[in-house]
Design a protein around this ligand. Structure first.
Ligand code: PMT
Length: 221
């Protein structure tokens, strides 16, 4: 299978020196890319700015902004069988980044914000029946409700929700715990474990969902 994975944060410029970003280290997405490669798949990893080495045998495309990540995903999504969006993409960006470094003596920067493109929502509109799209949901509260809302809103096959309010999982941590919601109503728990193992279990569960989806389509014909 062709697997397309996104990982890491995006950076949205405030001025030539400063930007808005988040704490994503890329570990979760890189673990998914490495696990997919070890399972024998062809893997392309689209990565925001992180301090991780490229997983062996994986094509890595480095991007910085949400707009660059959208363009990189759009260039590759048609040929992928599985898309896993583990990247922490900024939701908002400064509408007009300053061309010169903002000076302290000018006081706090007044910034007008605009939404970034919703990458998953954009590409999921053209998802084909043979493709599987899996998102991630980073939640600090109402995890199940928020994840299931995103599953439907973004026309996904699955969404892996993680609690990012705790230091021992989610952003930057070496471990994670996932609740995976599937479009066919199945829910799977991955208890607190290493991101490497969480990635393997996620891929296994996505493969099982793909089998369910295939057999369902056969019965529909
Ligand atoms: O990188 P690590 O340090 O290992 O941390 C892992 C992680 C916490 C970043 C990861 O497990 C995770 O939760 N990634 C998703 C973070 C995120 O942006 O979640 P969200 O609920 O805000 O977004 C929902 C989904 O929409 C995500 O699949 C996201 O990639 C996607 N999205 C979001 C915004 C946007 N403009 N376009 C998108 O496609």
């Amino acid at each position: 299978m062709n697997v397309l994975v996104t990982a890491g944060p995006t950076r949205e410029a405030i001025d030539p020196v400063r930007f808005v970003s988040n704490r994503s280290s890329g570990k979760m997405g890189y673990a998914i890319a490495a696990a997919a490669r070890r399972a024998g798949h062809t893997v392309c990893l689209i990565s925001g700015p992180v301090a991780l080495p490229a997983p062996r045998g994986v094509e890595v495309v480095r991007v910085t902004t949400a707009a660059e990540m959208l363009a990189a995903v759009q260039r590759r999504v048609r040929s992928c069988d599985l898309l896993v969006m583990a990247a922490a993409v900024a939701d908002w960006r400064p509408k007009q980044p300053a061309r010169r470094k903002l000076k302290k003596q000018d006081g706090p920067p007044r910034i007008t914000w605009e939404p970034t493109p919703d990458i998953l929502q954009t590409v999921a509109q053209r998802k084909t029946a043979r493709q599987i799209f899996c998102g991630f949901a980073a939640e600090t509260h109402d995890l199940a409700r928020e994840a299931q809302r995103k599953l439907r809103a973004k026309n996904l096959d699955a969404i892996a929700a993680n609690d990012v309010a705790r230091a021992d999982r989610g952003f930057e941590a070496d471990h994670n715990a996932l609740t995976i919601f599937f479009a066919d109503g199945c829910v799977r728990q991955v208890g607190w474990t290493t991101k490497a193992r969480a990635a393997r279990v996620l891929l296994r569960e996505l493969a099982a969902y793909a089998d369910r989806k295939k057999s369902e389509n056969i019965f529909e014909k």
